[in-house]
Design a protein around this ligand. Structure first.
Ligand code: SF4
Length: 226
């Protein structure tokens, strides 16, 4: 697997915002949004190569299982990793978890939902955050909505970055297609600086009121926490 970085931080956005976690950021993303805040993770050639055992070692030495912690798989795009490799990694982590009686490792994934694999329905993942991207929808059309529907049926939350009316129309289209209840939908301000995020937040709050959606700050950008 190509891994751009491994770090301890707090989840900066979405339903688990504020939770301490170990982050594993995979490299590679075919979507390439103009406003992406992790452009550095686009190119797998600039990333570290890590095996399943390497990742398991990092997780073990971080002691997050001992303290009942959370691991967030992010990107780039975690869905570019082959399901066979995911299967091997999850089985390894669950086996490790079993060596700490009574302790649990909470698995969370952040994905644009570009590819569905049954692995995402495994109970290892207590939180799946799908952040649908308008750019991908413009390329893939309704087939992308069908993939997102599968994630939603597996219990995923939807998380959208919103900066203008076009973005919000896309939010409504995806939510209507998936029949997801508003309490599972987060909208967040677009921007790569604190100033841009703060400006977009007022707009996000006004739109969230219309449909009863949840809102989220993006603390990793606003406060540059890490
Ligand atoms: S899908 Fe996510 S990682 Fe990929 S380009 Fe868009 S914002 Fe960046």
């Amino acid at each position: 697997m190509q891994v751009q970085e491994v770090f301890r931080s707090w989840q900066g956005e979405g339903p688990n915002a504020g939770c301490r976690a170990l982050f594993i950021r995979f490299a590679g993303c075919p979507v390439k949004c103009e406003w992406c805040d992790t452009v550095r993770a686009w190119d797998p050639k600039k990333a570290m190569r890590m095996t399943v055992l390497d990742i398991a070692d990092v997780v073990d030495s971080s002691k997050i299982i001992k303290y009942g912690g959370r691991i967030v798989f992010t990107g780039g795009e975690p869905a570019v990793i082959k399901s066979k490799v995911w299967r091997e990694l999850i089985l390894r982590l669950v086996a490790m978890e079993n060596t700490y009686p009574g302790m649990k490792l909470y698995g969370e994934v952040e994905t644009a939902g570009i590819r569905w694999e049954p692995i995402w329905a495994w109970s290892f993942f207590d939180t799946i955050n799908v952040s649908p991207k308008l750019k991908w929808y413009e390329q893939k059309g309704k087939s992308y909505l069908r993939v997102i529907q599968k994630f939603v049926r597996a219990g995923a939350n939807l998380k959208f970055v919103v900066g203008d009316d076009k973005d919000f129309n896309f939010v409504q289209e995806v939510v209507n297609a998936t029949f997801l209840r508003p309490s599972k939908v987060w909208i967040m301000p677009r921007g790569t600086t604190m100033k841009e995020i703060r400006q977009s937040m007022k707009y996000v709050i006004a739109l969230a009121k219309l449909r009863g959606f949840c809102i989220s700050d993006r603390m990793q950008i606003v406060y540059k926490i890490k």
